[in-house]
Design a protein around this ligand. Structure first.
Ligand SMILES: Cc1ncc(COP(=O)(O)O)c(C=O)c1O
Length: 400
């Protein structure tokens, strides 16, 4: 009996997997196959077999991933508290380091309180559904990151998209959809991850205030770069208010892992009671808390790191633009070069890789259809000579 059942089970698995193969084939035809290729190291410069590889595809913006202070802070935390938090925050996983990091993050961003999550993605998923529900309304910039979009969908609130970085369109949509007893939440990114452009935060915050809506800003890519001691653009423009929340990640300029939300003490208390991705998961591990504390200390001690990076980025952008390349409205360390076709973007990235230059080829659905692009992510590890070398290679690789 058993012998007979086995081949049947295998063939039914095969049948079940046909649809997977079909999906993979479809993606390949459209130039959309994704690959997790292995890198020898992290950081803006990868040293491998005596080669100096320029990595413009990571997010170690401030070159902190190998910084001795962060490593020391991580090691101390690891030695003192062990490898894992070993429990969820509300059971017995809250360590003094969690509270210390939350206090330090809130102080850095000049907000009252902060709450840590396992990642930026989990932050979004665990907060948006506890701010609004299916009776409410969300107004989201058309280009917000997948994590905010997924949080919005999970909430069940009606999702209204406004034109990218367009406060006039947002105003129009707020007027079209009045509160009428419903909560309204505006979602935007501070610095857009795939375009490198900046949201008009003062105008958006003004609209939120005027229309009695909450505003949640994802500072994932702005943290460490903009604002006093790299605290982000909400602090830079003094837009903190009881209804303005900032979320972010510890995984980019801060070179570690984890996410956070900042807001009022009341909001923090509400999330502690309700937020599923805070409650039903193990607390962030000690080494990551140490890493983030170390990164915040570096930001305090070297407050000009972000400005230095932005100056380098302006130089890089100017060089690319002078050769007619379309860098959209980038005004940051993230510089897109729009190619359009998926296959061509992949081909150019592959030819740059052969020259030891790593650049992300970003395709739909991460970016809108027809706007496949190279995404340059500049870090403080890159020298002016590196930037010149990359500029020459990119210009050669892109057909005019
Ligand atoms: C804009 C933005 N928000 C949130 C995230 C998610 O952060 P994390 O990597 O910590 O999950 C990312 C990228 O990963 C991002 O680019």
């Amino acid at each position: 009996m058993f012998r007979q059942a086995l081949p049947q089970a295998v063939s039914s698995v095969d049948m079940k997997e046909d649809w997977i193969q079909q999906k993979l084939d479809e993606a390949a035809t459209r130039g959309l196959t994704r690959q997790a290729s292995v890198q020898a190291q992290t950081g803006g410069i990868i040293k491998e077999n005596r080669k100096r590889i320029l990595n413009f595809s990571g997010n170690d913006y401030l070159n902190l991933a190998h910084h001795p202070h962060l490593i020391e802070r991580a090691r101390t935390a690891l030695e003192e508290y062990g490898t894992g938090a070993t429990a969820s925050r509300l059971v017995s996983g809250t360590l003094p380091l969690h509270e210390e990091l939350e206090t330090r993050l809130a102080a850095c961003k000049n907000q009252t309180a902060a709450l840590l999550y396992g990642s930026g993605y989990l932050t979004s998923l665990g907060t948006i559904p506890h701010l609004v529900d299916r009776h409410d309304l969300i107004f989201a910039d058309r280009l917000i990151h997948a994590c905010m979009l997924d949080g919005a969908r999970l909430s069940g609130a009606k999702l209204i998209r406004f034109k990218h970085n367009d406060p006039t369109d947002l105003q129009h949509r707020l007027e079209q959809h009045p509160a009428n007893g419903r909560r309204r939440l505006i979602l935007t990114e501070s610095l857009f991850s795939m375009d490198g452009d900046l949201a008009p935060l003062p105008e958006i915050a003004f609209l939120a205030d005027n229309h009695n809506a909450m505003l949640m800003v994802d500072e994932a890519h702005a943290m460490g770069i903009f604002g006093p001691t790299g605290s982000g653009r909400i602090h830079e423009h003094n837009l903190q208010s009881a209804t303005t929340l900032t979320m972010g990640t510890l995984s980019k300029a801060l070179a570690g892992y984890g996410g956070y939300i900042c807001g009022t003490a009341l909001l923090r208390q509400h999330l502690i009671q309700t937020s599923r991705s805070f409650i039903y998961t193990t607390a962030p591990p000690p080494a990551q808390l140490g890493t983030a504390l170390g990164a915040l200390e570096i930001l305090e001690n070297e407050p000009d790191l972000g400005t230095r990076l932005l100056e380098k980025a302006a130089h890089f952008r100017k060089a690319l633009q002078s050769h007619g390349l379309n860098t959209l409205q980038s005004a940051s360390q993230i510089i897109p070069i729009v190619i359009g076709d998926n296959h061509q973007a992949m081909h150019i990235a592959a030819s740059l890789k052969e020259q030891d230059i790593l650049v992300g080829a970003i395709r739909p659905p991460t970016v809108p259809e027809g706007t496949a692009r190279l995404r340059i992510s500049l870090t403080l590890a890159h020298t002016d000579d590196d930037i010149d070398r990359a500029t020459r290679a990119i210009i050669r690789a892109i057909p005019s």
